[in-house]
Design a protein around this ligand. Structure first.
Ligand code: PMP
Length: 407
């Protein structure tokens, strides 16, 4: 194991766990991942040092909590290269952020308008748009996939037209690790003045993001998949667009003046953060992205590519195994889904769990993609910055053993 990865691993207390006498081989990072010490310490520091509500009190603890919360916003802005921290809105996660957009952007959607999503979307970036179309009488257009479940952008011009108002696409598939050509999608969307919403839930843990270079108008992600606590997420919007976005929820912390006759809202992004936000979690997220910005990404990418290369070489030795999605090389994430003839993913996951290999088996909240691939479910191994050759060894040995047992 390289020194870089050893140093990274040493920062995750949970990796000391063993199950059934086996060291933990955690390969379910696309579902959620762990927090390094520095994030846990930061949350502990908040809870024991200056726990208070934000943007309300004037006492010392309230001021310190508010400073830490706003500093987390600035850290997130740096990590995703937002133009300004004021473009960052804290939510409870990706799902909350997409729903917020579907309601607020959705206010201007009219019957006959079109929203374009893709067949590789997580349900969180599919169902809110589908329901918006239903409410407004708009049309949901779908970017199809090929027989491997890879997005087929060849007919994009027939899917986008002057009625298209929103294009909502993931930066990376949580099932196959595919990274669609967002440049092409941004260009096509902007040609007809549609807004591009990018789901960054899977991409954000794999290195700093540049929302401006991506051409996104809105960008959403969750903390728990990028080494931060659960219960926090981000909705980023381009300054001018965010300031035009109607309020979604109403309540404390987002108003300037309330009278029985009506309410005037704040003009800042806090207008979009009604109620007490996830303070400890947001502060933890700020620390997580600071930590992510310190990682040696060139070394980590090389290491990930090596692990994927091993899977590319060694998975085919399992008879009847089909890897879904793009090739296990090039611009993609280390998220690998496969189908094994005559072996149900739940059985595979259960058997590998006996060896402390944590995988995910199921539809991965991507049923449109499962239908297109004509499978009910897949088995998925998803890698984080702390995974090693030992995890790949345990996965491969476990798969061979499970397949022998199940056939
Ligand atoms: N989008 C993608 C691509 C995801 O992988 C996930 C989580 N699996 C989500 C959205 C939803 O994230 P959350 O459950 O944190 O809201």
């Amino acid at each position: 194991m390289s020194k870089t990865i050893t140093r990274v691993r040493d920062q995750f207390p949970i990796l000391q766990r063993s199950i059934n006498g086996h060291p933990l081989h955690y390969l379910d990072n696309a579902a959620t991942t762990f927090c390094p010490d520095t994030v846990l310490d930061k949350v502990y520091e908040f809870e024991t040092g200056y726990r208070a509500n934000v943007a309300r009190g004037v006492h010392r603890l309230a001021a310190e909590a508010t400073d830490a919360y706003e500093s987390a916003r600035a850290s997130v802005a740096r990590y995703i290269n937002a133009f300004d921290p004021s473009e960052v809105v804290f939510t409870s996660g990706t799902t909350a952020a997409v729903n917020q957009l579907a309601y607020s952007l959705g206010e201007s959607i009219a019957a006959g308008d079109e929203i374009l999503v893709s067949m590789i979307e997580h349900h969180s970036n599919f169902v809110p748009w589908q329901m918006l179309c239903k409410r407004k009488g708009a049309k949901l257009q779908l970017i199809p996939v090929d027989e491997n479940g890879v997005l087929d952008l060849s007919n994009l011009s027939s899917l986008i037209n002057e009625r298209t108002r929103i294009v909502a696409v993931t930066q990376a598939s949580n099932v196959t690790g595919e990274m669609p050509d967002l440049g092409l999608l941004a260009q096509a969307a902007h040609q007809v003045e549609a807004k591009l919403v990018v789901d960054g839930a899977q991409a954000v843990p794999h290195g700093p993001v540049d929302v401006q270079a991506l051409g996104a108008d809105f960008y959403v992600f969750s903390g728990h998949k990028c080494y931060a606590p659960t219960g926090v997420g981000v909705l980023w919007g381009k300054g001018a667009l965010l300031s035009e976005l109607p309020e979604f929820m109403y309540g404390g912390g987002m108003v300037e003046r309330v009278t029985p006759a009506g309410t005037r809202f704040l003009e800042t992004n806090q207008r979009l953060e009604a109620g007490t936000p996830p303070i400890a979690q947001a502060i933890g997220l700020g620390e997580a992205v600071e930590w992510l910005m310190m990682l040696p990404w060139v070394d980590i990418k090389t290491h990930e590519a090596k692990l994927l290369g091993r899977l590319a070489n060694e998975l085919p030795s399992i008879a009847g195994l089909r890897v879904l999605g793009p090739a296990l090389e090039g611009a993609r994430l280390p998220i690998v889904s496969f189908d094994i003839e005559d072996c149900h993913p739940h059985d595979i996951c259960h058997l590998l769990d006996q060896r402390a290999v944590a995988l995910r088996g199921g539809h991965h909240c991507a049923q449109p993609l499962m239908d297109a691939l004509d499978v009910m479910a897949t088995t998925r191994a998803s890698f984080a910055v702390f995974n090693t050759d030992a995890d790949v060894d345990a996965l491969l040995e476990g798969l061979h053993e499970a397949v022998d047992f199940l056939r």
